[in-house]
Design a protein around this ligand. Structure first.
Ligand SMILES: [Zn+2]
Length: 414
C-alpha cells in the first residue's frame, strides 16, 4: 500500500512539474501575496487607478490618490507638494484635450544635520491610453510603473522615522510616457545649487516582470552601482559590459549616455550632471540584441498584458519578490549611511568618465568604418585604373591652350 501511495505521489509530482503552467501556480500556493507590503500598494494603486495616461483626468486622479495615501501613511501636509506642468498629450493620448496638464507629487522627509538630498523617483502615469499608430496600448500599467510606485510608497513608509544624515525627497513623476515630461520639468525647475545638493537620484521604473533585476548608473561601472549590487546580496545585477558598449553606440549615435536605460526619468538628472541609480528589470544577458524583458516569454510593458492578473498568472510570487528586493536593497543601502555617502562621494567624476569612455567606443567604431571605406575606395580606384585604356599617366603642370611639353603627351599602352 505504501508503495502504491508513493507511486501515486510520484505521478502527481511528475504531472505538476511537467506542466509549465502549474509551476508558478504551485509556487504561489506557498505564499500569501498579502504578506508583502509592495503587493498591497501595487494592488491598491492599479485597481483604484487602472487608467492614468499623461494629460487625462485619470492621471490627475492618480496624483490625488498618491497625495492622499501619503497623508494616510502619516506624513504631514506641509511635506507634500505638487508641481503642475503642460504636457503635449493632445493627439498622442486618447481622450486628452489641448492644453493638457500633468503634475509631479513630491514628498519631503527632512532630517537634522542634512548633508544633501537623496531623490527617489517613480513615474505614476501609464501607457493605457497612449495612441501607438492607430491603436491604444491597453493594460493597467502594473509593471510599468505600478511596481515603481508600490516600491516608492513601501520605502517611504520604512524611512518615515529613520534619522539619516541627508534629506529624502520622493518624486512621483507624471507624464513619463510622453517624453519624460515630469522629470524634465522637475530638473529644469532646480537651481544649480539644488542640483549640486542632490547626493544621488534613485529611479524605480518597471521593477517586477523582467527576468532579472538591474541597477544602472553610468556607461562605466561606478561605485554607487557596485554598492547597491553588494547590498542586494546577488538579487540585483550590474548591466553587462558588452551590452553597454553596443547600446551606447548603436542606439545613441554619438551622444553620450544614450542607451536603452536612457528611456526613463533618471535621464534628465544624468544630463544635468546628477549621479543616478536606475533600478529596472529585464534580461540583458540573452542572445537577443539589446534589451528584452524575458527570454521566451511575451513581454508585458506597454501591452494589454500589463495587468496585475497577468503578472500573477505568469510570474507567481516572483514579481512581488522583485519589488521587495529593490525596496530592501535601497533601504539597507541608505541606512548604512556612512558607507552610502562614501560610495557616492565621487559619483560625479564617474559621470564625466562615462561621457568620455562612451564617446571613445563610438569614435573608435567610426574610425574603423572610415578607414574601411577609404581602403575600399582605393581598391576600386586601382581596379578602374587597371581597366582604363589610358595608362596611369598623371597630368602635371598642364598648360591648356599652349604648346604641350613632351611629358604631357599621353601614350597608349602597347
Ligand atoms: Zn516606465
Amino acid at each position: 500500500m505504501k508503495k502504491l501511495l508513493s507511486l501515486f505521489a510520484a505521478f502527481v509530482c511528475m504531472f505538476v512539474f511537467l506542466s509549465p503552467a502549474n509551476v508558478y501556480a504551485a509556487e504561489s500556493g506557498n505564499y500569501d501575496y498579502k504578506d508583502y507590503r509592495t503587493y498591497y500598494w501595487l494592488e491598491k494603486f492599479v485597481s483604484e487607478n487602472p487608467s492614468r495616461t499623461a494629460g487625462t483626468d485619470g492621471e490627475a486622479a492618480a496624483a490625488d490618490w498618491i497625495a492622499e495615501n501619503l497623508l494616510n501613511i502619516g506624513f504631514s501636509a506641509p511635506n507634500i507638494s505638487r508641481q503642475s506642468f503642460d504636457v503635449y498629450a493632445y493627439g498622442y493620448v486618447k481622450g486628452a484635450e489641448e492644453n493638457a496638464k500633468s503634475q509631479n507629487v513630491i514628498l519631503d522627509i527632512k532630517n537634522q544635520n542634512s548633508k544633501g538630498t537623496v531623490v527617489i523617483g517613480a513615474h505614476y502615469d501609464n501607457a493605457t491610453n497612449l495612441i501607438v499608430g492607430n491603436d491604444v496600448s491597453g493594460g493597467q500599467g502594473a509593471f510599468d510603473n505600478g511596481s515603481g510606485v508600490a516600491a516608492a510608497l513601501t520605502l517611504a513608509e520604512k524611512l518615515k522615522n529613520v534619522p539619516l544624515p541627508f534629506d529624502i525627497r520622493f518624486v512621483f513623476f507624471g507624464g513619463e510616457e510622453l517624453g519624460l515630461s515630469g522629470s524634465n520639468y522637475y530638473v529644469n525647475s532646480l537651481t544649480q545649487q539644488q542640483k549640486d545638493d542632490i547626493v544621488l537620484m534613485i529611479n524605480f521604473d518597471s521593477i517586477c516582470a523582467g527576468e532579472y533585476l538591474y541597477v544602472w548608473g553610468e556607461d562605466v561601472y561606478n561605485p554607487q552601482e557596485n554598492y547597491f549590487v553588494e547590498k542586494s546580496g546577488g538579487a540585483i545585477r550590474k548591466t553587462p559590459a558588452n551590452k553597454r558598449a553596443i547600446m551606447g553606440v548603436t542606439l545613441g549615435g554619438f551622444r553620450p549616455y544614450y542607451t536603452t536605460m536612457q528611456a526613463s526619468d533618471s535621464t534628465p538628472f544624468l544630463n544635468a550632471g546628477v549621479p543616478v541609480a536606475f533600478f529596472f528589470s529585464g534580461n540583458l544577458s540573452s542572445s537577443s540584441f539589446g534589451y528584452v524583458e524575458n527570454d521566451g516569454k511575451n513581454s508585458v510593458m506597454h501591452s494589454q498584458n500589463d495587468t496585475l492578473e497577468y503578472l500573477k498568472a505568469n510570474f507567481g510570487i516572483n514579481f512581488v519578490l522583485n519589488m521587495e528586493s529593490v525596496v530592501n536593497t535601497v533601504y539597507e543601502g541608505l541606512v548604512d549611511s556612512d558607507a552610502f555617502v562614501s560610495a557616492v562621494q565621487n559619483a560625479r567624476d564617474y559621470i564625466a568618465k562615462g561621457f568620455w569612455l562612451n564617446s571613445i567606443y563610438a569614435y573608435l567604431i567610426l574610425l574603423v568604418v572610415v578607414i574601411g571605406l577609404c581602403v575600399a575606395a582605393y581598391c576600386y580606384h586601382k581596379k578602374l585604373m587597371k581597366n582604363a585604356i589610358l595608362g596611369n599617366a598623371d597630368v602635371k603642370d598642364t598648360k591648356i591652350f599652349s604648346k604641350p611639353n613632351d611629358d604631357d603627351i599621353f601614350t597608349f599602352r602597347e
